[in-house]
Design a protein around this ligand. Structure first.
Ligand code: ATP
Ligand code: MG
Length: 573
């Protein structure tokens, strides 16, 4: 396997330009191979597969593999199987199987068949017997340490195990006894008999089967021997007649063994192709590490909105379209690189900007009282739901007492301050122009309310006041406002590459990745918000309902800020 910690980070300068998306894209290298294969009549149609191990939830890296495999199936009128690579009984679970299926469907893809490598345990066992009979496999009694020791190094040939030359009959008998449960875990393994001096270390008599007395999520206690990845993956591809088996670059050294098994067994010649995995800044993507974050309580679960999992992104408010757009933009390459998290946010904003309903919410409230507005009166104002007329309008209650943001008032106006300050005027979005007359401070020096005068003839859409103001601020009417909990998220890690730093990756966790606002004021139309709805809280960002929300306790997640907050930070620095 490649060591990611040592990889030099290459930043990909992708065009942050929506125009380039619609332009015809050139073929990626896998598409080129497929087109050639189809032209030459090597295959009548293609069959790809997505092969997750059900030992965790899918993350954004998997989305790249899903979009690639399913995308090829769709593009070339072929098919794509979903195959659970469930050959390790200890780490796998049906909870993961269910979540994986949900996430793939959510992304918008359908599989031709749902298969499990464990469905092939009998066939794989048969293949192992076949290899033994052909003299290509033997049972080894050495311990894992002894095997590793005799393997040699890249510069030094390995040494044969003393059990390498067992007779075919003895091997058959021992392998059967392994299957029958006569030995303890680790007592024996089945190894391929290839070449202990091979330049590819993986070809130095790799282990094909190991003993593991463990309960399997599907086959229960039927088996106590389990095939290794290299003796399950390629064979499963062959059994399914997969034409193009696409995996990530770290499997390049495995290809030789993949081909060796297919050749020695004489089974369907699937071919393996490798592409660069997706690495992203400010996050980790190994399921092992994500599981640690969950188990150690750094996050609330696999679907915590700060997680790079698809369920996390979904809960945070990401749409499948934005993730597919992202996967399309990053493309398929043969070289490892790091993609900046901000590209994913860019793709999200592209979409939400078009479809999010514009609403008003005040996150850090300050009371605004309109002195000359009649008491006990509510007006219903009309406001547009979005930039596109087809999004329609809604009514907004307006009255004497409003909530505005603390940050929209300044006791002493700075230069170019176009919001509220003593004597200053602003427009209240979709409503009237107001002028600030005075403010009230409490004993701690905190401003608790401001008093304004409104201009009745300045109503939005029917403004005859002749006044011009430069600032427009959002507000909600205090009497009708609902309250909601609002959760603001930031990056889960403060280091660009949390894996790359010295020490534990968890030391790089951003302690401020979640900020909870217990009581924000939101406009009453949000009472009917649905999980599928996407909102822009005007001037505050994109938001959606959280799955923890209930009608009596509304909870909103910030999906993204309106602009890339970090780009600003970088500029400032
Ligand atoms: P992890 O290291 O996160 O546990 P994995 O490779 O062990 O990932 P699998 O369930 O085996 O996870 O992955 C299923 C498929 O998804 C494989 O074909 C794998 O190559 C692909 N995949 C996994 N991670 C990425 C990634 N970061 N970028 C692209 N493809 C990925
Ligand atoms: Mg894997």
């Amino acid at each position: 396997m490649l060591n990611y910690n040592r990889l030099t980070i290459t930043y990909v300068n992708l065009q942050f330009n929506s125009k380039s998306m619609s332009e015809e894209k050139s073929l990626n290298f896998i598409e080129e191979i497929i087109e050639q294969d189809l032209q030459e009549g090597k295959y009548q149609s293609i069959l790809t597969r997505f092969p997750p191990e059900p030992n965790g939830y899918l993350h954004i890296g998997h989305a790249k593999a899903i979009c690639l495999n399913f995308g090829l199936g769709l593009k070339y009128a072929g098919k794509t199987n979903l195959r659970f690579d469930d050959t390790n009984p200890v780490t796998e679970d049906t909870e993961y199987v269910d979540s994986i299926k949900e996430d793939i469907r959510w992304l918008g893809f359908n599989w031709a068949n749902e298969f499990y490598a464990s469905d092939y345990f009998d066939a794989l066992y048969g293949y192992a017997i076949d290899l033994i009979k052909k003299g290509f496999a033997y049972v080894d009694d050495l311990t894992a340490e002894e095997i590793a020791h005799l393997k040699g190094s890249p510069t030094e040939a390995g040494k044969p195990s003393p059990f390498r030359d067992r007779s075919i009959d003895e091997n058959l008998q021992l392998f059967e006894a392994m299957k029958a449960g006569q030995y303890k875990d680790g007592a024996k393994v089945l190894r391929a008999k290839i070449d202990m001096a091979h330049t590819n270390m993986l070809m130095r008599d790799p282990i094909l089967y190991r003993i593991k007395h463990a309960h399997h999520h599907r086959t229960g206690d039927t088996w106590c021997i389990y095939p290794m990845y290299d003796f399950a993956h390629g064979q499963s591809d062959s059994i399914e007649n997969i034409t193009h088996s696409i995996c990530t670059l770290e499997f390049i050294p495995h290809r030789e063994l993949y081909d060796w098994c297919i050749e020695k067994l004489g089974i369907f010649p699937s071919h393996q192709y490798e592409f660069a995995r997706l690495n992203m800044t400010y996050t980790v993507m190994s399921k092992r590490k994500l599981l640690q974050l969950v188990n150690d309580g750094y996050v609330s679960g696999w679907n915590d909105p700060r997680m790079p999992t698809l369920s996390g992104f979904r809960r945070k408010g990401y749409t499948p379209e934005s993730i597919r757009l992202f996967c399309d933009k990053i493309g398929v390459a043969k070289r490892e690189n790091f993609i900046d998290l901000s590209l994913l946010e860019f793709c999200l904003r592209e979409e939400l900007n078009k479809k999010a309903l514009r609403v008003m919410a005040v996150l850090d409230p300050l009371k605004l009282i309109i002195s000359n507005y009649p008491d006990n009166t509510t007006e219903e104002l009309i406001s547009e739901n979005g930039p596109d007329e087809s999004m329609g309008t809604r009514t907004l209650p307006f009255s004497k007492e409003l909530w505005i943001e603390q940050e929209d008032f300044m006791e002493e106006a700075a230069k170019k301050w176009f919001r509220l300050a003593p004597g200053a005027m602003v427009r209240l979005k979709s409503a009237y122009i107001v002028q600030c007359d005075e403010f009230v401070k409490n004993e701690e020096g905190k401003i608790t309310e401001i008093h304004c005068t409104y201009f009745p003839n300045s109503k939005s859409g029917n403004d005859t006041s002749g006044l011009t103001v430069k600032g427009t601020i959002h507000w909600v009417s205090a009497a009708q406002a609902l309250t909601a909990e609002v959760r603001l998220y930031d990056r889960l890690f403060r280091a660009e590459n949390p894996n790359n730093e010295e020490g534990d990756f968890k030391d790089n966790i951003n302690p401020n990745s979640l900020q909870i606002i217990p009581k924000a004021y939101i406009e009453p139309s949000l009472q009917n918000a649905q999980l599928a709805d996407r909102f822009q809280f005007i001037r505050k960002g994109y938001f959606c309902l959280d799955t923890d929300s209930s009608p009596s306790h509304l909870i909103f997640n910030r999906t993204a800020t309106l602009k890339d907050a970090w780009a600003k930070e970088i500029k400032k620095a």
